[in-house]
Design a protein around this ligand. Structure first.
Ligand code: GLU
Length: 448
């Protein structure tokens, strides 16, 4: 069965899962030349196998809110592929979570994790629980209840979840406590744990810092440097604010961050004090707009950052936040580099538009792999029960991001035929990630 036939089958079977189909199509289109030159992939039906998760675990979560009312949410763990290592990927708590979203995230995670070069398979999980406006007690009760349902299916050597949107250090601690309580095991079953009880230094910073390290490599490839460049960032969560911090450390000028209410524009750029203020404000779930009263700048209610002039965009909020119209604005406003801090923040049309205009584009599975990479380092530190310094982890992260950059650029040179002067990171990253997983599947025969 050819790739296009496999896609048709998936489109018919999962017509109700648009995000999943979007993610599958992006990979399919770009790996075609690799696939055609490896007849064994077709023999072993590698693509057809990879687009079906190994299993999807679905469960119900009953918990009690502060009023003593019983609440019911849905939860899932999509164990997509363990070809390269234990299932690995975050847990998301957000009202938009459903099977389509988790399948797209789990599918991308397979290739992202493969790109890190560390032994990790791909998975994703989460719940439609909305943490917004919930008290700390409610969050704790929900996390306990979620882990009570999930714990039989995970283990340090089989499936290792971590955080994602709506799940940070606090939630991981609650879930780890429940897992430990139920199983009596103290190990690396979750990553993103607190430093001091099994967590790795730098895990919190890793996704944002890693995205900026990737960007540095892209700039170097074009004989450019980040110093003095105007950077637009969307989102105001863990990825955005740590990306902002690293850009500032390297001399770039971050002029925007945003949330679901609007965009904050500070022409002078964010410095460490302002970033610390934003981190605290967000931790207290207070409005981003309050910034203007403290530090000046402008608040654009209900708007995204892309109408503002800049050199670099780092969309770090959520999937499909940048549509074709936004991509047109980016090009008009001088954006030359787009680095995805979030997973799949650009729609397929937005990607087509910026690539058509030769904007250098780093897809999330390459650019935001730093988070899961440091999760991989947390797993190995847990296994040997010894911890590395901040500097050691930072050096490993830089090296991993450079390897991802260089291997994607090399594959682009080999397989991207149309425009030799342009590094096609999307094609390159998909090919490198896919090839690693596909070769393992062929070696295994017909078992996954
Ligand atoms: N949720 C993050 C991601 O999208 C991190 C996953 C992990 O550390 O396992 O890659």
């Amino acid at each position: 069965m050819s790739i296009s036939q496999a896609i048709e089958k998936i489109e018919a079977r999962y017509a109700h899962q648009p995000e999943f189909i979007q993610a599958v199509k992006e990979v399919a289109i770009t790996i075609a030349p690799l696939y055609d030159s490896h007849p064994e992939y077709d023999t072993f039906k590698v693509f057809e196998r990879l687009v079906e998760p190994d299993r999807v675990i679905a469960f119900r979560i009953n918990w009690e809110n502060d009023k003593g009312e019983v609440q019911v949410n849905r939860g899932w763990r999509v164990q997509f592929s363990n070809a390269l290592g234990p299932y690995k990927g975050g847990i998301r708590f957000h009202p938009t979570v459903n099977q389509s979203v988790l399948k797209f995230l789990g599918f991308e995670q397979i290739f992202k994790n493969a790109l890190t070069g560390l032994p990790m398979g791909g998975a994703k999980g989460g719940s439609d629980f909305d943490p917004k406006g919930k008290s700390d007690n409610e969050i704790r009760r929900f996390c306990y209840a979620f882990m009570r349902e999930l714990h039989p299916y995970i283990n340090k050597d089989t499936d290792v979840p971590a955080g994602d949107i709506g799940v940070g250090g606090r939630e991981i601690s609650y879930m780890f406590a429940m897992y430990k309580n139920l199983t009596r095991e103290y190990g690396g079953v979750l990553t993103g744990k607190g430093v001091g009880f099994g967590g790795s230094l730098m895990r919190t910073e890793a996704t944002g810092y890693g995205a900026v390290y990737f960007l540095e490599n892209m700039l170097t490839a074009q004989n450019e440097h980040i110093a003095g460049k105007r950077v637009l960032i969307s989102g105001a969560g863990n990825v955005s604010l740590h990306a902002a911090e690293k850009v500032h450390m390297l001399g770039g000028v971050v002029v925007t961050v945003s949330d679901s209410q609007g965009t904050l524009y500070d022409e002078k750029g964010l410095n460490q004090e302002k970033i610390n203020w934003l981190k605290e404000q967000k931790a207290k779930s207070q409005p981003l707009a309050d910034y203007v009263a403290v530090y000046g700048g402008e608040w654009f209610a209900g708007q995204k950052p892309w109408h503002i002039k800049g050199d670099i965009a780092i969309p770090s909020a959520t999937q499909n936040e940048v549509n074709e119209g936004d991509a047109k604005l980016m090009v008009e406003n001088g954006i030359k580099y787009v680095v995805e801090g979030a997973n799949m923040p650009l729609t397929a049309e937005a990607i087509d538009h910026i690539r058509l205009h030769r904007v250098h584009y780093a897809p999330g599975k390459a650019a935001n792999a730093g988070g899961v990479a440091v999760s991989g380092l947390e797993m190995s530190q847990n296994s040997v029960r010894q911890y590395k310094s901040f500097e050691q982890i930072d050096a490993r992260l830089k090296c991993i991001m450079k390897n991802i950059h260089d291997s994607a650029a090399e594959a682009s040179g080999k397989y991207h035929q149309t425009d030799k002067g342009y590094i096609d990171y999307m094609t390159g990253a998909n090919i490198v990630g896919f090839e690693r997983v596909a070769d393992a599947l062929v070696a295994y025969g017909i078992l996954n």
